[in-house]
Design a protein around this ligand. Structure first.
Ligand SMILES: Nc1ncnc2c1ncn2[C@@H]1O[C@H](COP(=O)(O)OP(=O)(O)OP(=O)(O)O)[C@@H](O)[C@H]1O
Length: 240
């Protein structure tokens, strides 16, 4: 059976001729040969070593789609740091026929600023969730539970960073409910729990290219499994 792609973002293309010769993005091994990526699953993960270019690409996709560079919904427009994505000049999004009803760009690194803005944007009709009065993990999950809605586009950069393993499982269930209601997710993650989402596409930004892999082939899975099964030996080798 051929499944119809109902994603809001179905493909990205990058025209490197439009990107400055001295752009740092040209030095990122995984990205410099990248001209096209297809988003044909409801959930796509970006995985790979630190500094391999995942956030650079996700940020460019987010800004091109109309999100604020530091995160939030498309209604958030603020800047605490002059961020400019150098990929933006060359990136093109192929959108689906149906537009997303809602969306959210969640970045672990600038969540504090978004939580501050959320208080400023609050009014009588939209009271603040007061994320600053919750713990980091509580506020992250509360935000997901409030912002994940049907037919939405969600771009998440390391959502696991504040979450306990138990709450990561809860997040998996939230993602599942939202996907069943027509939403699309693109998620950067190092979490062997989140990466276990069934039937997700996993794109690895290692070995000088962006390529597919299975859950069991991810480093997050392999290193976690190896560590749990051989903890004493690994620690001995590490410390000696
Ligand atoms: N504004 C910038 N100017 C120059 N270099 C940058 C800039 N932003 C990122 N880089 C570099 O680009 C490379 C990719 O960074 P990026 O943040 O995309 O990596 P990542 O895969 O998301 O890493 P992590 O898993 O640590 O979050 C890194 O080497 C980084 O130092």
């Amino acid at each position: 059976m051929i499944e119809v792609n109902t994603n809001f973002i179905q493909r990205i293309t990058i025209d490197w001729n439009k990107i400055a010769e001295d752009s740092y993005t040209r030095k990122i091994d995984s990205l410099k040969g990248l001209t096209q990526l297809d988003f044909d699953h409801a959930v796509t993960f970006f995985v790979g070593e630190n500094g391999s270019g995942k956030s650079t690409l996700l940020e460019a996709i987010a800004i091109k789609y109309g999100f604020n560079p530091e995160g939030g919904s498309r209604n958030y427009q603020f800047s605490t740091y002059d961020t400019y994505s150098e990929l933006l000049d060359g990136i093109c999004l192929a959108r689906g026929a149906i537009h997303a009803d809602w969306g959210y760009f969640l970045r672990a690194e600038s969540f504090y600023n978004v939580a501050t803005k959320e208080m400023e944007y609050a009014d009588l009709k939209h009271p603040s969730e007061k994320y600053h009065e919750k713990s980091h993990g509580e506020s992250f999950l509360a935000l997901a539970q409030k912002q994940f809605k049907p037919n939405g586009l969600y771009l998440l950069d390391e959502p696991e960073s504040a979450l306990s393993p138990q709450r990561q499982l809860t997040l998996l269930a939230e993602i599942r409910d939202c996907v069943k209601a027509g939403s699309q997710f693109i998620i950067i993650s190092h979490s062997p729990i989140l990466l276990g989402y069934p039937r997700a596409k996993i794109l690895v930004f290692d070995d000088g290219k962006v390529h597919n892999c299975t859950y069991e082939e991810t480093e997050s899975y392999q290193i976690t499994e190896m560590f749990i099964n051989n903890r004493n030996q690994i620690l001995r080798n590490l410390f000696e």
